[in-house]
Design a protein around this ligand. Structure first.
Ligand code: AHM
Ligand code: MG
Length: 284
């Protein structure tokens, strides 16, 4: 986790410099901004790779930004799976982005179910840099980066996701091409008392709000993404572990996300994650 924390510190620092550059270069249009986003995606991936290469602990990494897994230390004990910069289309708008990661055992375990994850979590780069870590049976913990010391300090020892809650996060513009069951589920969620729609375009940011306030995030299959958009190994499964450890739940169709055995490293799944009682009402 020290290696992951070091990558998160580097990404957080670079995001702040990146924002400054964009402001200075405000006359540049799509090209400049597009290149900048790509550079930050690449930067974040390199920051994770370089940090994880230290100390010879990590055998293999799987990244959203790399077509195939990379081999690091020959005798390393761990596989790290990550989305180095989730929601990067938010960057040009100055909105929140995150990193998502999971730790598994050596090589073979990378293609096991989410239950093989030893630790999973995410960083949220917003007004503060937050870090959430969960491991099986040990709950989920929230840290915040203290910029004056560079240390992560504990904010919550044991996060609990409310069993139900008001937040509904989904790209409702795609609802017309969802299944009737998905549309009906969202309709029920939206008509629950006090429900409110909150969708940021960054899974980490939407998930974090739901972790604290309760509710549901969904990205089901649609016309453009038959299997859903989110990747099992470094988006859905890590957040499923955090959700379960905080008392929530995650489904892909009628299966628990944590039970799905992947067939490929970049496999996508239709994700429904959030409060236990809300996700229980998902028909699958
Ligand atoms: P990314 O990993 O390429 O950033 O894609 C994942 C992101 C999620 O963070 C977010 O919830 C979703 O894609 C938004 O997709 P859309 O713009 O289709 O609503
Ligand atoms: Mg992502």
């Amino acid at each position: 986790m020290e290696l992951v924390a070091s990558a998160v510190r580097r990404v957080a620092a670079e995001l702040r410099v990146g924002a400054l550059h964009r402001m200075l270069g405000a006359t540049g249009k799509t090209n400049v901004q597009g290149e900048r986003v790509q550079r930050l995606d690449r930067y974040a991936n390199a920051a994770f790779l370089e940090s994880l290469a230290e100390g010879g602990l990590v055998a293999q990494v799987v990244s959203e930004e790399m077509d195939v897994p990379a081999q690091l230390a020959a005798h390393g004990q761990w596989t790290l799976l990550f989305d180095p910069l989730d929601g990067s289309s938010n960057l040009d708008s100055g909105a929140a982005v995150g990193s998502i990661f999971a730790v598994r055992g050596p090589q073979a375990a990378a293609l096991g179910p989410g239950r093989d994850q030893r630790i999973a979590g995410y960083a949220l780069y917003g007004p503060a840099t937050l870090l959430v870590l969960a491991s099986p049976g040990e709950g989920a913990r929230l840290f915040a980066l203290d910029p004056s010391t560079g240390e992560f300090v504990v904010v919550h020892e044991r996060l609990r996701m409310p069993a139900t809650g008001p937040v509904v996060a989904a790209n409702a513009a795609h609802a017309a091409t969802w299944s009737a069951a998905d549309r009906a589920f969202m309709g029920r969620a939206l008509s629950a008392p006090a429900s409110t729609l909150r969708y940021s375009g960054a899974l980490v940011a939407d998930f974090h709000r739901i972790l604290l306030e309760g509710g549901v995030y969904m990205y089901p299959g649609d016309d453009a993404h038959a299997e859903g958009k989110l990747r099992l190994l470094y988006e859905a499964a890590p957040l499923a572990l955090v959700a379960e450890e905080a008392g929530g739940a995650a489904k892909a169709g009628d299966q628990a996300v944590m039970a799905i055995v992947p067939t490929s490293v970049h496999q996508r799944v239709p994700l429904v994650v959030g409060s236990r009682d809300v996700v229980a009402g998902y028909p699958g």
